[in-house]
Design a protein around this ligand. Structure first.
Ligand code: ADP
Length: 261
């Protein structure tokens, strides 16, 4: 793959919240694509057996001969499964439903927590950013992501019970930090599906900002119909509705991510 510009240090960021439906895959797709449009080289690793990031980028999972499952369980080189240039600057290591079996198969495997780290390690230096879209649980796949990642991006939906489960997530992070990945930390907390017109959304946002005083991104991702429609067209929001509010929010997020270094 020709490299467009010199890649500095690769940042590996896991997008994690064990709650489902908070905007992990949506953020994985749209943040990766927005960074790609800004000239960065990005790899998105889909670690969710539901494969929403894979299908949301227009890839037909039924046609795939191999996926990230084969990399983690059968030690196939990750370069075998990477689909290049799904968008400007963006490659994806896709997931299929096969990955659902990995959670159980990993239990009895050697080095079961470090398999993704080893697979991704060889990609350091080839990309500016590697994002890992995590499954909605704190099982072994997620532990693999926590071990492989340099930092975490935690999407939080502006809803009632937004912070529910966050303590558990932070406990998992601390455990992995203590035993397997000492430099693991939070890169940023992202408020998703916000609606500045409702009091609840505003209250939740301010509660989350109080809970994570330094790490919440300034930009909030608004709830928009276009963002929810884009995956069915296999496009990131920056292509599907390039001038809309959703695209603007994810582009602003991409700039904040770059500024955080
Ligand atoms: P997760 O990966 O955490 O399970 P998703 O990214 O799949 O969450 O989002 C859950 C649902 O909410 C999806 O149907 C998605 O299209 C929708 N969604 C996510 N973000 C937004 C948003 N900002 N505006 C409107 N719908 C959204």
């Amino acid at each position: 793959k020709p490299v467009k510009h010199a890649i500095g240090t690769t940042k590996i960021i896991a997008i994690l919240n064990q709650k489902g439906g908070v905007g992990k895959s949506t953020t994985a797709i749209n943040l990766s694509a927005a960074l790609g449009e800004l000239g960065k080289q990005v790899l998105l690793v889909d670690l969710d057996p539901q494969g929403n990031a894979t299908s949301g980028l227009g890839i037909d999972k039924g046609q795939l001969e191999a996926c990230i499952y084969d990399v983690i369980v059968s030690e196939r080189p990750i370069t075998d499964v990477i689909i290049p240039d799904v968008c400007d600057g963006l490659d994806i290591a896709p997931s299929t439903i096969n990955l659902a079996g990995a959670e159980v198969e990993l239990v009895s495997m050697m080095a079961r927590e470090v398999r993704l780290k080893e697979a991704i390690g060889e990609m350091r230096g080839k990309y500016d950013y590697i994002f890992i879209d995590c499954p909605p649980s704190l099982g072994l796949l997620t532990v693999n992501a926590l071990v492989a990642a340099d930092k975490l991006l935690i999407p939080i939906q502006c809803e009632f019970y937004a912070l529910e489960g966050v303590t558990k997530l932070l406990d998992s992070m601390k455990r992995v930090k203590n035993y397997l990945n000492p430099s693991l930390d939070i890169f940023g907390v992202l408020l998703t599906m916000s609606d500045r017109r409702t009091t609840l959304s505003k209250q939740v946002a301010s509660e989350v900002r109080k809970y994570f005083p330094k790490t919440v991104f300034e930009v909030e991702i608004p709830r928009t119909v276009k963002i929810s429609e884009a995956p069915s067209y296999g496009m990131p929001i920056t292509q599907y509705d390039p001038n809309g509010k959703g695209a603007l929010a994810y582009k602003t997020l991409a700039q904040e991510v770059i500024r955080r270094g």
